[in-house]
Design a protein around this ligand. Sequence first.
Ligand code: NAD
Length: 360
Amino acid sequence: MLIEAARLQDMISDIFVAAGCSAAESARIGLYLVRSNLTGHDSHGVVRVPRYLDLLKTGDLVRDQTLKVISRTETLAVVDGGYGFGQTIGPAAVELGIEMARAGGTAIVALRHSGHLGRIGEWAEMAAAAGLASVHFVNVAGSMLVAPFGGVERRFSTAPFAAGFPVPDGAPIILDFATSAVAEGKVLVAANGGKAIPPDSLITETGALSGNPDTLYGPATGGPRMAKNGKGAIRAFGEHKGSGLALFCELLAGALTGSGCAGPDERRFSNGMLSIYMAPARFGSPEAFSAETRGFVDFVKSTRPATPGGEVLLPGEPEARMRAERTRGGIPLPDEVWTSLAVAARAAGLSPERYTGSAS
Ligand code: NAD
């Protein structure tokens, strides 16, 4: 199933209006989920709709929340998302960071208790579009899936890290990844017979490396695969280095923001995000910044490829290319994802066919 981004966005937006969200919030949910699909990060795109609807029903996700400022100085804002949609709380927190960094040169925004913030690179892109460099440490309270280096038990969430850098007269550099070896979504896909995960992505309770999803979910019983049923863990990426970065994501986004770290107690699902914003113009001459940045980027891009016909890509380039391709040619959706959206649309009294362009 191939669907035009604008139509998919309308469909998601209409589903959330029917679920009681304001038109503005629903439009943002549609926009950011579809933007994740456009960049190729389908695991953080429209596949999330049924889960968001469930969380809305249980009250774990709260519609139309606004960012609450807990404390603020010129350079630091501590803000609470009130478990509102990340598609509302995320851009509001970034806007605040942009405003503060433009005024003071740098800003730290410590966000606690946001609903799912989706693809974190989105927020680094937003800051870069405003001319700012930024760094984002994120964790997921209520989700403990990853074992620290040297251990076999879960202690971390998939705790993503992102950074953005504006390139004068060029596309921004956007680095954005989970600190786990694989995203949980990818383990689930493998558990359901989809693409296998690398054989060293997981670790069993006895310390053996594994690519078998049962390590995380326990043996298949015919019911939904739940991480709480398994005894193993996802490994942190990059051995001790990635594990150390995951630890810092938990500490900065969980402890420092007040959002809460991954832990053994049952916690309400939320993202914490510690973001640092920097305005290059306040650091020195814009001309020197521009010349150094452009020169370095071109120097890196000029690296001789390791394989014939290969190419050195900058972080953010794969996403930019995918965005161009999918904006032109449409977003491919696996049948099961389309079916789940069609079910949600019908439950909301909408005709899914209306959004595909086919006769209803
Ligand atoms: P990934 O492994 O696909 O890595 C993506 C990063 O690597 C991007 O910056 C990309 O530009 C860069 N990259 C990819 N190929 C490259 C190449 N050939 N050369 C240079 N750079 C290259 O990402 P992931 O770990 O699977 O994470 C996927 C998404 O999941 C991210 O957007 C992340 O923010 C999101 N996430 C969100 C949460 C949450 O709680 N909100 C939790 C975990 C992950």
